[in-house]
Ligand binder design. Structure first.
Ligand SMILES: C[S@@+](CC[C@H](N)C(=O)[O-])C[C@H]1O[C@@H](n2cnc3c(N)ncnc32)[C@H](O)[C@@H]1O
Length: 208
């Protein structure tokens, strides 16, 4: 999808991915202490529900999206909620650095998975790594190649697609098969991926 296409979805209120509620997996990870505290970046924040939830639960948040109409809506929600710890900016994450790095937590729900080209996913992962503070981690929720055939729903990425993109720059900590809630009660198979900034390069694979 082009940037204009994303914006058109927000202008037309055609948002099958927007549940209007904080993502259950993000909430579970955060409240069990599995995520680093501190400064957070959300990439592809849409209308801002998850960014505002993170801000209300102790993070100082910068949230970006390539679609100006999404950011307008997110800012309106922030004003209505009198949220002070959440800043929303229009930004193409593949093209520009997010404001005020580094971040302890980088989060995306359904943004990494929108890129069809392996080179774009690798660039996304490299930009995540560059944005992370020491000890920082990236949490991503993305559509999976598991589950039955379907004509609609999130893009499908395999575990190998994920690792091809992230392994050179991030250390995988968790890859769990979960469900992804889309509008209404519909669900699709998904991956929950947690990866940390690398302190040392991955070592060569050992042969027997
Ligand atoms: C599937 S939607 C998910 C939105 C939101 N995270 C949610 O769960 O409701 C993907 C989002 O990524 C945004 N996006 C797509 N390409 C982007 C890019 N290059 N940089 C920043 N945001 C991007 C889109 O505008 C869209 O809001």
């Amino acid at each position: 999808m082009t940037h204009a296409d994303w914006n058109a979805h927000y202008a037309a209120d055609d948002l099958p991915w927007d549940t209007g509620e904080p993502d259950e997996h993000l909430v579970a990870m955060a409240i069990t202490g599995a995520l680093p505290a501190g400064r957070a970046l959300e990439i592809g924040c849409g209308t801002g529900t998850n960014a505002l939830w993170l801000a209300a639960h102790g993070h100082d948040v910068v949230a970006i999206d390539v679609a100006p109409r999404a950011i307008e809506r997110a800012r309106a929600k922030a004003t209505a909620a009198a949220a002070t710890r959440c800043r929303f900016e229009v930004l193409d994450f593949l093209a520009a650095e997010p404001p005020s790095p580094p971040f302890d937590l980088v989060f995306d729900r359904g943004c990494f998975h929108v890129f069809d080209e392996p080179a774009d996913r690798a660039r996304f992962a490299a930009r995540v790594a560059a944005a992370l503070a020491p000890g920082g981690a990236w949490l991503s929720l993305l559509g999976s190649t598991e589950g039955p055939p379907r004509d609609v729903g999130p893009p499908r990425r395999s575990a190998r697609d994920i690792l091809d993109a992230i392994e050179p720059v991030l250390e995988l900590r968790l890859l769990r098969a979960v469900d992804f809630r889309v509008q209404g009660d519909r669900r699709a198979r998904a991956w929950l991926c947690l990866a940390a900034r690398r302190d040392v390069d991955a070592q060569p694979s050992t042969r027997r």
